[in-house]
Design a protein around this ligand. Structure first.
Ligand code: UDP
Length: 509
């Protein structure tokens, strides 16, 4: 199959009533609806298109279907496209680029990488034309599809907006190489929307806007789960002992846990009655899983001694520290097509887990969550974030980190790295605990002790964090800013068309 661009069906729903019913959202929903009316009027018969490079796995794929559904409900005709390259080399290139933009090494052979990127972008641009016409608005998410949009000939080109979800608040040799790679493709973009002001290279400041992502409180990922449902989900996916609950028996696949040196569909012992520290993320080195294992081991070893020096009932704290487990879960790497490094990261983690002394290893659970059924996956993540004593997000670099808002919205305390977009969401000791150096096991061990030994403080912080998420990081606030962006794009006079990065290429006969 040649590289292509495929439209993904977006569920139509009527959710506005549901958002209005959430405390504090009635006013924001009314403002959003008013702005959307204006955008819909300006748009007329034209459309807004969103394009990214995977339909499952990661924050962008999480947000797009929700955003599209809601924009449609608000009267702004919005469709979702996914770039499907025909060659795994494309995602190796874009993962290298992703690492560069996060300040890490990547793309050893830039010339070869550009050849691959251009070849696939040009061929896919041909297919993009089957969907998008000039006059539409095309919002391109992250670097993977920028080439496809930039290769459209000026006469076929819609108004282009780039939504960059990644970035670093400083620049180094790697980020400079990353931006050098991207520069030619960014020429025709009228607007560039970043998750933080500090991520924006100076040359793009005049075209920039800043917008925070948001989570959907009504999605399967975040909706309320009564205890019987939560138990049903965890049993049906195989993470909790006991038979599947009949009402949930339609779950298609079981989670796999690394146990005794192999992957098995086997439950996490005591998931509901022992405290668990849980991180749910893609298996990516930048998510910092690799430091949580030694951090946890250090906490377990030092636990009884450390408990003596706490300002609390030491026997309760000691029992908590003696019981706690670490759950490191993420999507089965085969289900995240645009991240080719997941399998090797997971292999490194299984190596680390297997090397632990058995009594500690028995409390560290690596879990692969099935991705075949996205509703099932979302409900499982929801349930895990709810059963956690605390959710961890130990990212080394983080554009935003949706999992943090997801946990806080559920009232679950958060321990996270003091980096990137996480700092935007969490104020240290007000909304959660931030660890300055996510690669320091001793600092991680101490933060784990704090969140377990002082549960009342942790709950208060989570409560404060939930209020902050309600105000700033829900889909309603996010879409309101999108409407501002779309309005200013649609109102601005058209500029003379910028040249294409290179031409669309018809598929080989
Ligand atoms: N996620 C998921 N299934 C999983 C693991 C993670 O749906 O098995 C979701 C997670 O709940 C969050 C998103 O993937 O919504 C990750 O977004 P984030 O911004 O934290 O990181 P990214 O993957 O975009 O770097």
């Amino acid at each position: 199959m040649p590289p292509t661009v495929r439209e993904v069906f977006v569920e139509r729903g009527s959710r506005l009533r549901g958002y209005r019913a959430i405390e504090g959202l009635e006013g924001p929903v009314a403002t959003l609806a008013e702005k959307a009316r204006e955008v819909s009027h300006l748009l007329g018969s034209r459309r807004v298109w969103m394009i990214n490079s995977t339909r499952s796995g990661g924050g962008v794929a999480e947000m797009l279907p929700r955003m599209c559904a809601l924009m449609n409900e608000l009267g702004v005709d919005t469709r979702w496209l996914v770039l499907e390259p025909d060659d795994p080399a494309f995602f190796r290139v874009t993962k290298g680029l992703h690492n560069l933009l996060h300040g890490e090494p990547g793309l050893d052979d830039v010339e070869e990488a550009r050849k691959i990127f251009d070849r696939i972008s040009q061929a896919a641009a041909w297919h993009l034309r089957e969907h998008v016409v000039s006059g539409d608005v095309l919002a391109v998410h992250d670097p993977q599809p920028v080439g496809v949009a930039a290769c459209l000939m000026p006469e076929h080109r819609p108004t282009l907006l780039w939504r960059c979800h990644i970035g670093l608040p400083y620049h180094n040799e790697s980020t400079r190489r990353g931006w050098d790679f991207l520069r030619p493709y960014l020429v025709p973009f009228r607007r560039m929307v970043f998750s933080a002001e500090s991520y924006i290279p100076d040359e793009y400041l005049p075209r920039r806007a800043v917008l925070h992502p948001g989570i959907d409180p009504l999605s399967h990922k975040n909706r309320e789960l009564r205890p019987y449902k939560l138990v049903g989900i965890l049993r049906s996916v195989g993470l909790l002992e006991g038979p599947p609950v009949p009402a949930w028996a339609e779950f298609k696949a079981r989670a796999q846990r690394w146990a005794a040196g192999r992957w098995e569909a086997t439950p996490i012992p005591g998931l509901l009655h022992r405290p668990a520290l849980v991180q749910v993320s893609r298996f990516d080195r930048l998510k910092g899983f690799q430091y949580l294992i030694p951090g946890f081991a250090q906490m377990v070893r030092a636990g009884p001694e450390r408990a003596q020096h706490l300002r609390v009932d030491t026997s309760r704290a000691r029992s908590e520290l003696a019981q706690v487990q670490l759950v490191l879960a993420g999507p089965d790497p085969s289900g995240v097509l645009d991240d080719p490094e997941g399998a090797s990261v997971l292999e490194e983690l299984t190596g680390q887990q297997s090397a632990l002394p058995p009594e500690i290893g028995a409390r560290v659970h690596l879990v692969r969550l099935p991705m075949e059924d996205l509703k099932q996956n979302a409900l499982t993540v929801n349930a895990l974030q709810r059963v956690a004593a605390a959710v961890l997000q130990n990212s080394i670099k983080e554009g935003f980190g949706l999992t943090v808002s997801e946990a806080l919205w559920k009232g679950t305390p958060v321990v996270a790295a003091n980096v990137g977009g996480i700092k935007v969401q969490v104020r240290h000791r007000r909304d959660g605990l931030l660890v300055d150096d996510p690669s320091d096991p001793a600092a991680l061990a101490e933060a784990m002790v704090q969140v377990l030994a002082y549960p009342k403080d942790a709950e208060l912080m989570a409560c404060c964090g939930r209020a902050r998420v309600r105000e700033h990081f829900l889909v309603i606030a996010q879409l309101t800013k999108w409407m501002d962006e779309l309005r200013s794009l649609l109102q601005a006079p058209a500029e003379p068309p910028a040249p294409s990065a290179s031409a669309e290429v018809p598929p080989a006969a």
